[in-house]
Design a protein around this ligand. Structure first.
Ligand code: DP6
Length: 342
């Protein structure tokens, strides 16, 4: 028997300029560039082990203890490209079978997209195992678009590009660049989302004129302004752009036929709370952003405002206080995170 084993970890990332829509469904070339922060792996991460051995009878994939379909198109595309860039002599030897075991350290209840950290981690681990020299963010993109951004720590842009080689992630600033910034994940609901990101964005591309306008006329300028705000640590502008982009993405979802609504009442109450708070303190100290689900992710200027925000959230949303007691409510669970590196 001959076995090789590699174990890696990868971070979750939360976009402040959203990716929504593909220009090329097969290659996962997006309609627009996007930008995110990778979270500290102490808080939220995926761990993946990959083993290649001659005494396994077939390839197997295990996610959080459950056997999954290793034949899926996305997994097979990733494997094909890793093998193409591989330098090991057994790369095409049919006697070698794979065992892939992946787990997340964050509760499923957090409702965070695990596909980004999941595919990033899978690609990185396979690349170590196969000695693959290709751009790994491009390969992770074929697993799940947003996964390419988890390949780096800190602030990361996914430049949309034109083809497989040019649609890659690049680091805008590393995790030490803006250490004051805090990230708070507010769990509003752990119910599985009704429309997956992939299906939702396909429907939006087909039916929403607003999305076409967003991709063409709004995001390019916003990407540049966002990079500038991050590089100059201008939190007020950063927060303004982050909230505008989340609003614009959800407006495109509402403009889709049939409309898609990912945010619920509690999500909207959090938007109001953040807006009132920023007004009260006189500038943006907190920014909300929502992905394809109701959970809020708050970017907060520093620890002082994080503490104040947590107090407010407890007063207004703690189920035991009953102030916003409606379903679904917070599970009384807030996840704190910081920036990370891979
Ligand atoms: C709303 O990366 O999950 O989180 O490429 O089809 O796998 P696929 O989609 P995915 O979409 C993520 C969408 C988003 C915004 C973002 O992370 O930029």
């Amino acid at each position: 028997m001959h076995t090789n084993i590699v174990t890696c970890t990868a971070p979750v990332n939360i976009a402040v300029i959203k990716y929504w829509g593909k220009k090329d469904e097969k290659l996962h070339i997006p309609l627009n560039s996007s930008l995110s922060a990778s979270l500290d792996q102490k808080d939220l991460k995926t761990t993946t082990s990959v083993v290649a051995g001659t005494d396994f009878t077939e390839d197997e994939l295990w996610l959080n203890g459950k056997k999954e379909n290793v034949e899926s198109k996305r997994i097979q595309n990733v494997l094909r490209l890793i093998r193409e860039g591989s330098t090991v002599e057994w790369k095409d030897d049919p006697n070698y079978k794979l065992r892939i075991v992946s787990t997340n350290n964050f509760p499923t209840a957090a409702g965070l997209a695990s596909s980004a950290s999941g595919y990033c981690c899978l690609v990185y681990a396979l690349a170590q195992l196969y000695g693959c020299r290709s751009d790994l963010s491009a390969i992770a993109r074929l697993g799940s678009g947003s996964a390419c951004r988890s390949m780096y720590g800190g602030w990361v842009a996914w430049e949309m590009g034109r083809d497989h080689e040019s649609s890659v992630a690049v680091q805008v600033a590393d995790e030490k660049h803006w250490p004051e910034v805090q990230i708070l994940v507010c769990v509003v609901s752990d119910v599985q989302k009704h429309t997956s990101s992939s299906d939702g964005m396909q429907q939006s591309v087909r039916t929403s004129k607003l999305l076409a306008d967003r991709a063409e006329n709004i995001v390019p300028k916003r990407m540049e302004e966002m990079k500038q705000a991050i590089l100059t640590r201008d939190f007020h502008t950063f927060a303004d752009l982050t909230m505008k982009d989340s609003d614009s993405f959800h407006a495109c979802c509402a403009d889709t036929q049939p409309p898609i609504y990912y945010m619920n009442n509690v999500s909207h109450h959090i938007v109001s709370l953040v807006q009132s708070y920023n007004k009260k303190v006189g500038s943006n100290k907190v920014a909300y952003t929502y992905d394809a689900g109701p959970n809020a992710v708050l970017y907060i200027a520093d620890e002082k405002h994080m503490v104040e925000m947590l107090k407010l959230l407890h007063i207004y949303f703690n189920p035991s206080e009953g102030v916003q007691r409606e379903r679904p409510f917070f599970d009384n669970e807030y996840l704190l995170a910081k920036m990370s590196t891979l």
